[in-house]
Ligand binder design. Structure first.
Ligand code: FES
Length: 275
């Protein structure tokens, strides 16, 4: 896959009516709710979705919502009896309630592909970046990978659903944002962790440092290069707010992560920065 092979930028939300998802369960987790929603069963996009993909709640001027809301997809469960359920992690102050109906577009983007062989993996996330990692850790563990997790947050309330991660990961290390990259360096050098691959979802400057540290030690990196807390406005490829300089090894280009990522090799960010 190269940056250019992503092809013509056709906004994926264009022409899609979206689905109406119905909230079936709400579980508080720190400053957020873990929310389960049922989606129409005949839509294969949901059952094929991966951690690292996003969903968009489009604007609704009639309801006073003038900007779209963009969320990490936090999980998908396909069940013959209960149908297809998805999981989102929504802010507590939103007061999501069972029975609420949400119109959603997606899932969009390119998610994290699990390794073909069981390997030791290090997952790194900052605050909301933990949402795809909660899901990825389950997938990796089911494939026989030993998974270690590093989470950073500015305060404990922003650590997402730690109990879930502690159930599935071999180790969970907490860090302050300013210590995140140094903590990753120590983990990369720790013979107990010794990851073959690093998956990361964090602000882009931290992703560049993590990818650099991993590359210096011969480890491969996959990063979700989309900071939902900072740059994302539309989530559907229309506004350009998430554009990022990258280099795929053949040429430099500007990547639109919400449309052409968000998950890309970490090395693309290193060469993009150098270019
Ligand atoms: S957020 Fe608008 S183009 Fe990516």
């Amino acid at each position: 896959m190269s940056a250019h092979e992503h092809g013509v930028r056709t906004p994926p939300g264009a022409g899609r009516a979206g689905v109406t998802a119905v909230v079936t369960a709400v579980r508080p987790a720190g400053s957020h709710d873990v929310v389960n929603l049922v989606v129409p069963e005949d839509d294969a996009r949901w059952s094929a979705a991966r951690p690292g993909q996003i969903v968009v709640r489009p604007i609704d001027p009639a309801a006073g919502r003038l900007l779209p809301e963009v969320f990490w997809l936090g999980g998908v469960t396909v069940d013959e009896i209960h149908g297809t359920s998805i999981e989102l992690v929504l802010p507590l102050e939103r007061e999501t309630s069972v029975g609420e109906r949400l119109r959603l577009l997606g899932p969009f983007g390119r998610g994290f592909a699990p390794p073909s062989q069981p390997v030791d993996a290090l997952l790194v996330a900052h605050e909301g970046g933990a949402v795809p990692m909660r899901w990825l850790v389950e997938i990796l563990r089911a494939r026989g990978c030993a998974v270690h997790v590093i989470l950073s947050a500015s305060d404990a309330q922003h650590q997402m659903d730690l109990a879930h991660l502690r159930r599935h990961a071999r180790t969970v290390i907490l860090a302050l944002p300013e210590d995140l990259t140094a903590t990753v360096d120590r983990a990369l050098d720790d013979p107990v962790i010794d990851p073959a691959v690093v998956y990361a979802a964090a602000p882009v400057p931290a992703l560049r440092q993590i990818a650099s540290s991993a590359a210096a030690r011969g480890r491969s990196t996959r990063v979700a290069a989309l900071d939902l807390a900072a740059g994302v406005v539309c989530g559907t490829g229309l506004c350009g707010a998430c554009d990022l300089d990258v280099h795929d090894g053949r040429s430099a280009s500007v990547l639109r992560p919400c449309l052409e990522g968000p998950v890309v090799p970490g090395e693309w960010l290193l060469r993009g920065e150098a270019g």
